[in-house]
Design a protein around this ligand. Sequence first.
Ligand SMILES: *Cc1c(COP(=O)(O)O)cnc(C)c1O
Length: 419
Amino acid sequence: MTEYRTEKKVASRMDGDDPLARYRNRFHFPKLNNDEDCLYFSGNSLGLMPTTASQYVNEELADWETLGVVGHRASRRPWKDYEQFLTEKMAHVVGGLHGEVVIMNALTVNIHLLLISFYLPTESRHKILIEYKAFPSDQYAVASQIRFHGFDPSDSIIETRPRTGEVTVSTEDILDLIEEEGDSIATVLMGGVNYYSGQAFDMSVITDAARKKGCVVGYDLAHAAGNIPLNLHDWDVDFAAWCTYKYLNSGPGSVAAVFVHERHGRCPDLPRFSGWWGHNRDTRFEMGPNFDPIAGAEGWQISNPPILSTAPLMASLDIFDEVGMAALREKSLKLTGYLEFLLLQIDSPHFDIITPNDRGCQLSVRIKTGNGRRMMADLNERGVHCDFREPDVIRVAPVPLYNSFEDVYRFVEIFSDIV
Ligand SMILES: *Cc1c(COP(=O)(O)O)cnc(C)c1O
């Protein structure tokens, strides 16, 4: 356990001792009117731009400009192979084997495509277990998939249940629910880290319990990928999907990614929605009529990837590869622990922290006075970027790749003033 202290000079000392401090310079911070960097705590919503992102994008633009269609095979990173240049580094971030990961589409699109393969309801087993306060897009996707199969979301969606007055759900309660209801659950689709509460779920234990009950288990890792260490292969997760514009800093609306466990990679019986980019690379351009899927996650691809929005992801994954999730997590625990420590020093009945100890870097601060939105505006006014989620939560995410201990100190000074 790190011992924290409240003096300001301790923050700069921690920055001095931080082996990852130098990575801050590899990101662009939005500027305030006085040209100073803002205090950025919204990396859980949109990660900052890596300084090398524009070079990667400009290289693709230059190759398009000078090569035209020939760039598909003759550009410096041939577009026909483009997704493959990201697979290895992405697989490291989520603990997948090489053939289990591919970048493609957008997140909610991928959830739909994976549910086509991994939600195969029957009369006796047609439910989908989602977490309490799942991200709305996931709720809509799940409900529409259930209807698509002729079932009724009000019968077929089960949510994890927090105890009265709580937002988070203990692993124990989730396991009890799986034990009671597991026989009727076709598919579990939970967040790895909940976007609202910041709770990180024990994916290893939950996966194990649910698979023993015969459920198929998948995760939405939008708030987990690049935030907490993941071992999807070893945890025996069936499938997962995540976006890359949050902790993975790939830019607004950029390409998403999926994981499909290798045991499913070749299954001819799994239904899937197919497209030419999932077809065997050796014969793809023969343009034959019969679909021959690439073994592994790549076989779930449909279209050729968006080169210009994928290029910035390369810039970011370079950095992740250099740093590694273990070092990132080590700093993250210290940095978020420091934020929690300083917030708890503020003697005020007007807020509390709803995020449990099982978490990534985000803390969700509940404002109990009913004026959270107003406080958020005041924070913005003072140069702080974080966000407000209805009805009463301010989310603050100190991101270990680019936030400093001094950022956290300054944030708490301002927050304390306003609260
Ligand atoms: C951010 C986020 C999304 C966003 O979906 P897109 O398809 O990328 O627009 C979906 N689900 C969760 C859990 C998220 O955190």
